[in-house]
Design a binder for this molecule. Structure first.
Ligand code: NMX
Ligand code: MLT
Length: 430
């Protein structure tokens, strides 16, 4: 038994009993309400999900198992995966055990490459990634065991098997998507000596003479790993998984949500906006030019990508981490300089618009300029990088949810007529 599985096998029954007791003793305690505006407004702020892998306090940003993300920026993604699942950082031997386990499972089935090569050459990289994950569904340990009558308290273990198998092959698949979609030549075989993130960098095949691109990717893969469970991709993945659709189905579905421009695709949109700005003004714009361009974007009915958030009310600490990286490694790059200038200028523009609740940058405002600097210039690919990292969170959330024995997700919808009848009743009483 791997060390991580052994740890989970010890923790999960305790967690399940704890949750049972909370429900039995305090199941009626009200923790949230839902107003009409929230029902029509994307359920913003309604506390109706439980997620133990991470939380996002609006005034702090991402906290993973009690540790703010700013304190985790030097960690490897494998360490983060262990932390998400168990609430602890792994010891050296535990980390090595997990890394060896992932290496053992790293062979991508040949049919995945056949499917990816058969896709239209102008397919979006996210459609390719999610198709590759979905086409591997036949490998699901969960489905195989379920078909043989697996018991409910074993669901987490089969989901964990799927997690390991998916996480192990994801870097090779994502690198393959890059090389096939952007015609970069042959696939590059995995290097068994490298850790998970470094191997991904190696398989992408982007020249990295200074080693700084690899450093950026380590940071990138750590920063994007999880963001509690109310965001579109996590909530979708969790909902699909709650129907006992296995992780191949649920991760692929969740990442379909990440491919939207208001969610993970904002990183692609954001870099496009920055490059347009530099093009329009023949290089880094002045503050006044930038302000006018942001206003023009807003008055044309578009969003300023990379800015705003449904939960955060401060600068995203993940953006801060990227900004600090850029200042250290590519301070003179004109694209990075524009990214930094947008941060100086745009929040004040957004603050003028009353309806915008968060004028500050989110994670997607900072990443693209850095990737571009280090030679990853195909920005339609950026959400795939986000996905490789976010798979750690979505898959961990599923293992924890199946461990907790959570039921199928099924909230109640109401009709507009019903809401009108409630309004009539409330008005009559007043
Ligand atoms: N530019 C222009 N308008 C904005 C922006 C922005 N950056 N942020 C919010 N608004 C608008 C929003 O569209 C809404 O307008 P309307 O009522 O006409 O529909 C209004 O302000 C109120 O929105 P909020 O309550 O502040 O934000 P909400 O929680 O609805 O949405 C986002 C959150 C993230 C979807 C929104 O801020 C946005 O569209 N930002 C730009 C896209 C982006 O960067 N997304 C990435 C999020 C992070 N991620 O990786 O997923
Ligand atoms: C994320 O990382 O998922 C985004 O910041 C979106 C969110 O949390 O709503």
């Amino acid at each position: 038994m791997s060390k991580l599985r052994a740890k989970l096998a010890a923790q999960i029954p305790v967690m399940r009993d704890e949750i049972k007791k909370i429900n039995k003793d305090h199941g009626d305690l009200v923790i949230s309400e839902c107003t009409v505006a929230q029902a029509y407004g994307g359920m913003r702020g309604v506390k109706s999900l439980v997620c133990d892998t991470s939380e996002v306090p609006p005034d702090k940003g991402l906290v993973i198992r009690g540790i703010p993300i700013a304190q985790l920026t030097d960690k490897l993604p494998e360490e983060i995966l262990w932390l998400l699942l168990t609430g602890e950082l792994p010891k050296k031997d535990e980390l090595e055990d997990l890394q060896a386990e992932l290496k053992k499972r790293g062979k991508v089935p040949d049919y995945v490459w056949a499917v990816l090569r058969a896709m239209p050459p102008d397919s979006h990289p996210m459609a390719m990634l999610n198709t590759a994950i979905l086409v591997m569904e036949k490998e699901s340990v969960f489905r195989a065991r379920y078909d043989k009558g697996m018991k409910k308290d074993e669901y987490w273990d089969a989901t964990f098997e799927d997690l390991l198998n998916i996480v192990a092959v994801l870097p090779a698949i994502a690198a393959g998507v890059y090389r096939i979609r952007f015609k970069k030549g042959d696939l590059i075989p995995s290097n068994p000596k490298l850790d998970w993130g470094a191997d991904y960098v190696h398989m992408l095949g982007i020249p990295d003479p200074t080693g700084n691109f690899a450093k950026l990717m380590q940071l990138y893969l750590t920063l994007h790993c999880d963001h509690e469970s109310g965001n579109v991709s996590a909530m979708t993945g969790a909902t699909v998984n709650s129907a006992l659709s296995d992780l191949y189905y649920s991760l692929s579905a969740g990442l379909d949500g990440l491919a939207g421009p208001l969610h993970g695709l904002a990183n692609q949109e954001c870099l496009a906006w920055i490059l347009d700005t530099n093009k329009k003004f023949n290089g880094s714009p002045t503050d006044a030019q930038l302000k006018a361009y942001a206003q023009e974007t807003l008055s044309s009915g578009r969003v300023v990508p990379g800015y705003g958030h449904a939960v955060l009310r401060v600068t995203d600490p993940r953006f801060d981490a990227f900004l600090a990286f850029g200042k250290k490694y590519c301070a003179n790059d004109p694209v990075f300089q524009t990214v930094a200038k947008v941060f100086d200028v745009v929040p004040d523009v957004l603050k003028q618009i009353q309806k915008i609740k968060d004028p500050w940058p989110n994670v997607d405002a900072g990443s693209g300029g850095l990737l571009y600097h280090f030679g990853l210039t195909e920005f339609a690919y950026y959400t795939v990088l986000f996905s490789v990292s976010r798979a750690l969170g979505i898959c961990s959330q599923a293992v924890v949810a199946r461990g907790a024995g959570l039921p199928i997700t099924r909230p109640k919808s109401v009709t507009t007529k019903w809401i009108q009848s409630q309004i009539a009743k409330a008005t009559a009483k007043a």
